[in-house]
Design a binder for this molecule. Structure first.
Ligand code: FMN
Length: 373
């Protein structure tokens, strides 16, 4: 008789089960960081370096994890990060992700590289709140069309990813031979014109001499997008430097997502939790801040909130849980993380998210010192 499948008790259990179940090349695509994957690893390891401070005998009645984020009431601060092609890990793809988000009262940041149209998700009987992530396209009219489509379908915010004007070099994925199968595609990009590379002149660089960077977004793109959709919140995802945080404020961003793309773009960037404090100081409460990268435990969420984030997003863990159990797997994972957060709050004496501050950390780390602010 087969032994019963192990019951996942935490995010790592879901990761282990997903790895055992997925094709190795898909696992490599999902898991890879860029180059030596130091940033991808450090995103997680940096949480282990931060010790917590327990507080005892504090009154805890009335405790809860509710918050309001950009006018949106949420039951807890665990959001789903945008990631491409959920159909690679589960046949119900983004529909399963959306069901889990709705069931757990969180919001889904839908990737522009989703394999499921936003209209399909919005038409679910009980759709979740959806924010739409986009990359600036080579032609402004394509960026506009993408954003208009998302807003028409009900997206409550736009999330412009700014940290990936070029693809990171993910050697682990390259070694695996990963190729996206033809039945999985980024449906929102159908009909849009990708940037056209000029032939590289002899001895030239395929990146610098191809014209591809001529159409890369700049701060003017943010100003322009802000002007096109003045009523729609515009978040910038991929801010890691306090000076960029200040520029984001000046260019009309509604909120920031501190992110290094899960370590998938440039290796040896700092862990996001180490970049966060300097950004929080630069923003000084003027904008809401979210963080992603390396969140695997409820105590990680507590630490991110202690250092200035209002909420966090999970990337790979959501895909692991989806791979293992579809919508119910992902809903279960979010419940597990929320339960861990609640225990961490109770044991550090915090009744609400607002009560979580740097005092829950054992040392006030000299965090963020590398990023000048
Ligand atoms: C497989 C995969 C696909 C991703 N696709 C996108 C994407 O389409 N757009 C985007 O802004 N970020 C994308 N990301 C980055 C995530 O939004 C997020 O920043 C990162 O996964 C957070 O780190 P974590 O995986 O440690 O939680 C992707 C990440 C992964 C792992």
């Amino acid at each position: 008789m087969n032994s019963p499948p192990p019951v996942p008790l935490c995010a790592q259990d879901y990761a282990d089960l997903a790895r055992a179940r997925l094709d190795p090349a898909i696992w490599a695509w999902l898991e890879s960081g860029s180059a030596d994957q130091l940033t991808a690893q450090d995103n997680q390891q940096a949480y282990a370096r931060l010790k917590l401070r327990s507080r005892v005998l504090r009154p805890l009645q009335g405790a809860h994890t509710r918050l309001t984020l950009a006018g949106q009431a949420l039951r807890h601060p665990i959001l789903i990060a945008p990631s491409a092609w959920h159909g690679l890990v589960h046949p119900e793809a983004e529909q399963a992700t959306a069901l889990a988000a709705a069931a757990t009262g969180t919001l889904l940041v839908l990737s522009a590289q989703s394999g499921t149209p936003i209209e399909t998700l919005a038409a679910l009987p009980a759709p979740p709140t959806i924010w739409f992530q986009l990359y600036a396209q080579a032609r402004p009219e394509d960026t506009l069309a993408l954003a208009e489509r998302a807003i028409r379908a009900g997206a409550q915010a736009l999330v412009l990813t700014v940290d990936a004007p070029v693809n990171g070099i993910r050697n682990a994925e390259q070694r695996s031979g990963f190729r996206c199968p033809p039945h999985i595609r980024s449906v929102h990009l159908d009909g849009l014109s990708p940037a056209q590379a000029r032939p590289t002149p002899p001895g030239g660089s395929p990146l610098f001499d191809s014209g591809l960077l001529d159409v890369a977004p700049t701060w003017d793109t943010v100003t322009w997008l802000r002007q096109q959709f003045p009523q729609v919140p515009l978040w910038l995802k991929g801010i890691l430097d306090p000076e960029d945080a200040r520029l984001a404020m000046q260019h009309g961003a509604s909120g920031l997502i501190v992110s290094n793309h899960g370590g998938r773009c440039l290796d040896t960037l700092p862990a996001t939790i180490e970049a966060l404090p300097a950004i929080a100081r630069a923003v000084d409460g003027a904008l809401p801040i979210l963080l992603d990268g390396g969140i695997r435990r409820g105590s990680d969420i507590l630490k991110a909130l202690a250092l200035g984030a209002q909420a966090v997003l999970i990337g790979r863990p959501a895909l692991h849980a989806l791979a293992v159990g579809g919508a119910s797997g992902l809903a279960h994972l979010i419940q597990l993380l929320r339960g861990e957060l609640e225990v961490a709050m109770a044991l550090t004496g915090c009744r609400t998210l607002d009560e979580i501050g740097p005092h829950v950390l054992w040392d006030k780390p000299g965090h963020g010192s590398a990023a000048a602010d």
